[in-house]
Design a protein around this ligand. Sequence first.
Ligand SMILES: *Cc1c(COP(=O)(O)O)cnc(C)c1O
Length: 224
Amino acid sequence: MSVVSSCAALRKSIEKSRKNSLFTVSQVTLLAAVKGQPVSSIMEAIDAGVADFGENRVQEAGAKWPALKARHPNVRLHLIGALQTNKAAEALALFDVIQTIDRPKLAETIARIRDSGFGIQEKQFYIQVNTGEEPQKAGVVPKEADTLIAQCRALRLPIVGLMCVPPAGRPAAPHFALLRQIAERHGLKELSMGMSEDFETAVRMGSTCVRVGRALFGIDPAAR
Ligand SMILES: *Cc1c(COP(=O)(O)O)cnc(C)c1O
């Protein structure tokens, strides 16, 4: 299937799930997860009307996006992979949205860069929660999420929502429910949850941003 027709099919099922949602969400962002994708695939997605893109690595994004953004200034670039503190300045220069704040040190580093004069008022930040408490995965564990959210607010970082990547091969619904509970407790509106396998469930559970790779582009070229 071409990217254009996958995109149309995806939008249709997202809309259907949104209407069947238990929650009132007026719009769900379709974010294309493009790790390992060539610029030609990204261009196809842009032509199909996708406006939000997610990269996992600062370095990979830095190689592709400055040129793409110059040509497509309305595109919003999201960091959806782990961020090292020593790459924070580079990430702030490249990305419009950072979805993976997961520890106080990273929040403090971003605040310090802001305090040195780098404007972040146009940026959005999400906190990544490791809902499955998987040791190999990034994200703050659920019991420490409240503290991290409070720390980010004290640092005046504009946190808009939460993001999670549930454990593979297990039902995702309990993880989406947990993420939602934490967000509600703090009045956070955005929920970045749902990928190719489970975006319909995620949307029914109130997701505002689904991050889709394989269902849009076919097999991940990095996994071939
Ligand atoms: C790769 C990736 C996705 C997309 O996964 P698919 O299963 O290909 O849809 C979403 N979120 C993150 C953080 C990813 O790394």
